[in-house]
Design a protein around this ligand. Structure first.
Ligand SMILES: [Cu+2]
Length: 139
C-alpha cells in the first residue's frame, strides 16, 4: 500500500488514450487502483488459498498426529472431512484450533495403513469460501 501511495501523482488534468478529458481526481484514483492491482494482485484479485498442508497432498506418511491446513491469509474452518478408501468418514479429529493462518486438527486415533482423503472448506478474511481436496497414504 505504501509504495502505491508514494507514487508521484500530478494534479493537472490529463487525457486518456481515447482522448477523453478526465478529472485529476479520477485519474489519480485510477492510477492508485492500477498500482495496487499490479503490486498486490493476491490481495485484490483473489482470496486466501491453501499454501501447505500436513500431511501434504499426494504424500506418504506414518499415522499423522495432526492435520494442518496453512493458508496465505487468515482463514477459519467451515469443515474438514477425513475419509478412508471406502469414502467412509472417520470421526477421529479434534475440534480445530487456529494459529494465525494455520488451522489444526489433532488426530485422536491411530490411522491404519491405506489411502485417505481430506475434503475441506474454510472462509477467508474477505468472507469468501475456499475449499479443496487432498489425498495421502498412511504406511
Ligand atoms: Cu475472496
Amino acid at each position: 500500500m505504501t509504495s502505491a501511495m508514494s507514487l508521484d501523482l500530478t494534479s493537472r488534468q490529463q487525457t486518456t488514450n481515447a482522448g477523453f478529458l478526465v478529472s485529476a481526481k479520477a485519474w489519480r484514483l485510477w492510477l492508485v487502483i492500477s498500482a495496487i492491482v499490479l503490486f498486490f494482485p493476491g490481495q485484490v484479485l483473489a482470496h486466501a488459498q491453501l499454501v501447505a498442508s500436513q500431511p501434504a497432498n499426494n504424500s506418504r506418511t506414518a499415522s499423522p498426529k495432526e492435520i494442518t491446513l496453512k493458508f496465505n491469509g487468515k482463514a477459519e474452518p467451515i469443515f474438514l472431512r477425513l475419509r478412508d478408501e471406502g469414502a467412509q468418514e472417520l470421526l477421529i479429529l479434534s475440534k480445530p484450533t487456529i494459529e494465525r493462518t494455520t488451522i489444526k486438527w489433532a488426530v485422536e486415533a491411530e490411522m491404519k495403513p491405506g489411502r485417505y482423503s481430506i475434503e475441506y472448506r474454510a472462509v477467508t478474511a474477505d468472507s469468501h469460501a475456499v475449499s479443496g481436496n487432498l489425498i495421502f497414504d498412511v504406511e
